[in-house]
Ligand binder design. Structure first.
Ligand SMILES: [Cu+2]
Length: 177
């Protein structure tokens, strides 16, 4: 039942997408149609006030506000960046003993139509693991957000010094600060 609802939603999204293309295709090269389809979820998302926490090595966090300005719910399912060996979508939870622990967010970050998701220290965030070079205040980090429908959004955020959140990590502690 759930799957068929989901499939229906996808079919509806595809139909809306086609309708949108028909209107936007006037005067545009024919090859842009495929790109327009692929950009469906990403085209509805704005990422504002983004920043990454300065770090010399190891791991760090990326924060900001993601807004879904579209009429369809969407899910951020992955992040890629050349700044780190890997990037994960993290949530921060109370592990039951009063210690805040961050871990991978199963299924990614859902953002309902018209809603927004705040990424902040001590809450949901993008985790960069295995920095390929020091991230110093004033640097910039380019990230690619991937959505459930396969579309992607390129964002660039500045690096800032920050001390405040000290969550431990399931996969091994912070400890560097
Ligand atoms: Cu994290």
């Amino acid at each position: 039942m759930h799957r068929s609802l989901f499939t229906s939603a996808l079919a509806l999204a595809a139909a809306l997408s086609l309708a949108g293309c028909a209107g936007a295709a006037d005067g545009a090269p024919a090859t842009s149609a495929a790109n327009a389809d692929a950009a469906e979820a990403a085209a509805s998302v704005t990422f504002t006030d983004g920043w990454a926490k300065a770090a010399e090595t190891g791991m760090t966090g990326v924060f900001g506000s993601l807004e879904n300005t579209g009429s369809e719910d969407l899910v951020v399912v992955a992040v890629e960046t050349k700044a780190a060996e890997s990037a994960e979508l993290h949530e921060t939870v109370d592990d039951g003993s009063g210690t805040m622990t961050m871990r991978r967010k199963e299924g990614g970050f859902p953002i309902a139509a018209g809603d927004h998701l705040q990424l902040e220290p001590g809450g949901n965030h993008i985790m960069l693991l295995g920095l390929t070079a020091p991230l110093l205040a004033g640097d910039e980090v380019a990230l690619t957000l991937a959505f459930e429908d396969g579309s992607t959004l390129e964002v660039t955020v500045p690096v800032k010094d920050y001390t405040g959140a000290n969550e431990s990590y399931d996969g091994g502690g912070h400890g560097a600060h």
